[in-house]
Design a protein around this ligand. Structure first.
Ligand code: 5AD
Ligand code: SF4
Length: 466
């Protein structure tokens, strides 16, 4: 029986999801069991995001909730981790006395020790020192018991290959809260992936703010070579990576989509704006034209590659003309899907001091126009896939049980194609009801219907797409 209950609230990007997973695994070894109910918890961790003002507001309101819980249960411990912890350090501890530990972005590995320290001498602990080395977990942490029981059963996981960012896009807080770019040793990455594969993981997403510059500073393996090493891990089925900066997307990396059998047929390539003038003000170091050239090269290597992107609308000084160039780029590329955000001032980032801020109304209008345009494009792209057959990596039972079939006994499964498209399908009758066994298997599925965020299909033997 596990001693204590741990609740983790993860806000923000995959980097935080990875760090939260690591914290859960470390604390599992210290006798903590994850719970979904915050009211049951002995220890609450909020892993925070500072990328936009809205994300920071979410953190404050969560801290308010925990304050009330603590009044009822004074033994409850609260850790604030992630980017807001790093950004605000001692200030967050002073403003929120309910906080026990402020865990900066470079201090994740210290968490079990800090909790022990807290138990011995209750007080507010601030761990926000930044380091210029990566604190690698010891070999014992990569044992087969690597995944905590609550994470058991997942088939896809993240592995950080580098930390920080040196790009200083003018709107972005990341270089200030995650520090300078630093890459992990390839051997440590491969060891972690091998241990995850042994624990049942079939798909790995390699994480970094700018994976294309992996290893360059430290003169390690190049990113395409690292991908080839990961591709050689026995038992691993699929490899993904995020995020790729368009300025550093090399020909060698583009070629990898044609040569590495496990590398998924999808790239997330955030463009942010379709106007070269705005891209310059954002310090992105590429133009609209060079971005479009890279898309052409990718499609020359892999014609069916799914391309997704990020956009910021209403960057300071963005005119109607600039925004129209963004809309035009969206039409030209035909992204599978996009994430788009209204520009948000970050006090550390230089753009917060730029003139010609765009009004909230115009930002909102532009965002809605962008979403509307993209929705039409996604619909057209998705409809064109009806009748095609794809390899689907099965993730488990579908959330919308029996939405598509009249058959009351039917079990519906969900999985993803290599292009990262979600496909739900009915399990063939001879699979029985113990569908958990099917998790992690790859099956051919023929698409029968397209929706805005997913597809419906039937099992078909020979997939035409990997
Ligand atoms: N305002 C709005 N969106 C932002 N992003 C990063 N910083 C900001 C900001 N200050 C978006 C970018 C990035 C994604 C992770 O978040 O589109 O690619
Ligand atoms: Fe932020 Fe730019 Fe670095 Fe991405 S590349 S994390 S947007 S500074």
């Amino acid at each position: 029986m596990r001693g204590k209950k741990l609740y983790i609230n993860t806000i923000g990007c995959q980097m935080n999801v990875y760090d939260s997973g690591k914290m859960a695994d470390m604390l599992y070894r210290a006798n903590y069991q994850l719970t979904d109910a915050v009211s049951d918890a002995d220890l609450v961790i909020v892993n925070t995001c500072a990328i936009r003002e809205k994300a920071v507001q979410k953190v404050y309101s969560f801290l308010g909730r925990i304050k009330k819980l603590k009044q009822k249960n004074p033994g409850l411990r609260l850790v604030v981790a992630g980017c807001v912890a790093q950004q605000q350090g001692r200030a967050i501890a002073s403003r929120f006395p309910q906080v026990d530990i402020v865990l900066g972005t470079h201090a994740v590995q210290q968490l079990p020790d800090l909790i022990q320290e807290l138990e011995k001498h209750p007080r507010q602990i601030i761990a926000t020192e930044m380091t210029d080395f990566i604190d690698e977990p010891g070999p014992a942490d990569f044992s087969c018991a690597g995944l905590s029981a609550s994470r058991d059963g997942i088939i896809s996981d993240f592995v950080t290959i580098m930390r920080g960012c040196d790009n200083f896009c003018t709107y972005c807080v990341v270089p200030y809260v995650r520090g300078r770019e630093i890459s992990r040793q390839p051997q440590a990455i491969i060891a972690e992936i091998e241990s995850l594969v042994q624990a049942g993981i079939r798909e790995i997403t390699l994480l970094g703010q700018n994976v294309n510059s992996y290893g360059i500073k430290e003169n390690l393996t190049s990113f395409p070579d690292l991908l080839a090493m990961v591709n050689a891990v026995t038992g691993l089925e699929r490899i993904r990576f995020v995020t790729s900066h368009p300025k550093d997307l090399s020909d060698a990396l583009i070629e990898a989509f044609g040569t590495l059998d496990k590398l998924c047929n999808h790239i997330h390539l955030p463009v942010q704006s379709g106007s070269s003038r705005i891209l310059k003000k954002m310090n992105r170091k590429y133009t609209r034209e060079s971005y479009l050239e890279k898309i052409e090269k990718l499609r020359a290597v892999s014609p069916d590659i799914a391309i997704t992107s990020d956009f910021i609308v209403g960057f300071p000084g963005e005119t109607d003309q600039d925004f129209q160039e963004t809309m035009d780029l969206i039409d030209r590329v035909g992204f599978d899907s996009v994430f788009a955000f209204e520009y948000s001032d970050r006090p550390e980032a230089p753009a917060s001091r730029f003139k010609d801020k765009i009004s909230p109304e115009i930002k909102h209008e532009r965002l809605q126009a962008l979403f509307k345009r993209q929705k039409e494009i996604t619909r057209r792209l998705h409809e064109a896939l009806v009748g095609r057959r794809f390899s689907v990596l099965i993730e488990g039972a579908s959330k919308n049980q029996i939405k598509h079939t009249a058959d009351a006994d039917a079990v519906e499964l969900t999985g993803r194609t290599s292009e990262n498209r979600i496909v739900n399908f009915k399990a063939p009758a001879d699979w029985g009801i113990d569908i958990d066994r099917r998790k992690g298997e790859t099956k051919g599925v023929k698409i029968e219907a397209a929706y805005s965020n997913s597809f419906w299909g039937v099992v078909a033997d020979r997939p035409e797409m990997r």
